[in-house]
Design a protein around this ligand. Structure first.
Ligand code: URA
Length: 210
């Protein structure tokens, strides 16, 4: 993947995203739509996945047929909203290994602090797809990528549902080697760091907390 930012503006994604943005859409439907969109985003983000072959017997003959090296992949969910994208990704790539990064923002320093970090072994040999629905200021996303690199990850893609230009710029400055795939590049952030027009707090909308 060579482009730094890819916006996957497929009509089905845009249609489903519109329903997700609508504030009257309830959590169960929101979760289902996020799952469906993650299937479509997974298609794009795995476009360059390496293939290997395995020998199979069709009813007609034996062939070496292409197969994805699923064990060479790690999906890393940035908690907690990342889990909403993770479920759909796992539907399509069930053999992928899974990791988690948990961060909170220190109220005094305003810096992201790690409270949980667990990634699959041999992370340096895997394509790591880090998932978080909202790329807003980019502070926590950039910090999560820092941690993945410290753990040895070398080949990372960041997958989100919505991105703000501010977050894209922050990620490009901190991690120009990490391509971003998103369903929409929204307009801007508001004074509270929310994406505009956005969809509100993704975690609250996925899990029905508020
Ligand atoms: N996180 C969210 O959940 N929503 C935003 O708009 C920004 C960050």
């Amino acid at each position: 993947m060579t482009k730094h930012l890819t916006v996957v503006d497929h009509p089905l994604i845009q249609h489903k995203l519109t329903i997700m943005r609508d504030k009257t859409t309830p959590s169960n439907q929101f979760r289902q739509l996020l799952r469906e969109i993650s299937h479509l985003l997974a298609y794009e983000v795995t476009r360059d996945l390496p293939l290997t072959t395995k020998s199979i017997d069709t009813p007609m003959l034996t062939i070496d047929a292409p197969t994805v090296e699923g064990k060479k992949l790690a999906l890393v969910s940035i908690l907690r909203a990342g889990n909403g994208l993770l479920d759909g990704m796992l539907d399509l790539i069930p053999s992928a290994r899974v990791g988690f990064v948990g961060l909170y923002r220190d109220e005094e320093t305003l810096k992201p602090v790690k409270y949980y970090f667990k990634v699959p072994s041999e992370i340096d040999k895997r394509l790591v797809i880090a998932v978080d629905p909202m790329l807003a200021t980019g502070n926590s996303s950039a910090a999560a990528i820092d941690m993945l690199k410290e753990a040895g990850a070398k080949n990372i893609v960041f997958l989100c549902l919505l991105a703000a230009p501010e977050g894209v710029a922050r990620m490009k400055a901190a991690h120009p080697d990490v391509p971003i795939v998103t369903a929409s590049l929204d307009d801007c952030l508001n004074e509270n760091g929310y994406i505009m027009p956005g969809l509100g707090d993704a975690g609250d909308r996925i899990f029905g907390t508020q």
